[in-house]
Design a protein around this ligand. Sequence first.
Ligand SMILES: Nc1ncnc2c1ncn2[C@@H]1O[C@H](COP(=O)(O)OP(=O)(O)OP(=O)(O)O)[C@@H](O)[C@H]1O
Ligand SMILES: [Mg+2]
Length: 287
Amino acid sequence: MSSDSSHPTASDTSAASTWATGNTGAALLEITGVTKRFGGLPAVDNLTCAVRQGETLGIIGPNGAGKSTLIGLIGGSLVPTSGVIRFDGQDISHLAPHNRARIGIARTFQVAQPFVGLNVRENVIVGALFGRRNLSRAEAGRVADEVLEQVGMEQKAGYIGGQLTVADRKRLEVARALATSPRLLLLDEVMSGLTGNEVMQAVELIRRINRSGVTVIVVEHILRAIKGVSDRVLVIHHGAKIAEDLPDAVLSDPRVIEAYLGQRYAQQQKQASADQAQTDEWKGGLA
Ligand SMILES: Nc1ncnc2c1ncn2[C@@H]1O[C@H](COP(=O)(O)OP(=O)(O)OP(=O)(O)O)[C@@H](O)[C@H]1O
Ligand SMILES: [Mg+2]
């Protein structure tokens, strides 16, 4: 969420609702009728949505819904089968990933992909060099130091692969993306596998990044994190949009509950009753 008064916040219901219902005012990213097929099956199916300069858009949906495919299409690792993606008015549908990085689009990967053999700081330096033209190695080093401080990893600059926790690897993904100096940051499940406390820290970090002026797209299954960071939420099911609105409206939408939340709640209920059965069994053993 941004402190920028020019974009809707949760308290600015009318502006956000207008935006959610299709007013494409100051869009930074416009996705129009985009389809991506893998061997005939659409992973993203005729999707249209827009992301406004300065906002944070959350994306949720069941496993296999097409969320990461959409991130790949925006980041450039995938090209659409049909449809158009515009960034700041420019058609980027077929632009190579490094050229997208240079105009300000950066992404993290759902499965963290640090360069093995390089330490944390060197990984971030590579990110800086990837995203910025004509940056000297010394300048890239300064960028890396700034970014590592921003994400709270300055003490771990010299760490390599095996020394990093899951949370460190996720933060390193974010740091490498930030080092490219993005205008649009795409975060694909950077909070999965984190503890409750680490999720809260990640939410704070994303808010800080957004407040610094970066537009953010967050793909996440952790709903309280989605609620904590998103100005609006887009819900995808079978590659198609089934809802796009303010977080509270989306999370109480019957279609979303049926397609996604019901499944999540059911999983949580199943886990809760398994825990209860285990407790009862222990109690029985003690009786
Ligand atoms: N490179 C690929 N080749 C073939 N099929 C793919 C490829 N990438 C994704 N798919 C398929 O496209 C569909 C959407 O996958 P995607 O990874 O985008 O889902 P997702 O919403 O990110 O799921 P999750 O929540 O599990 O990460 C799935 O059916 C998946 O198997
Ligand atoms: Mg995914």
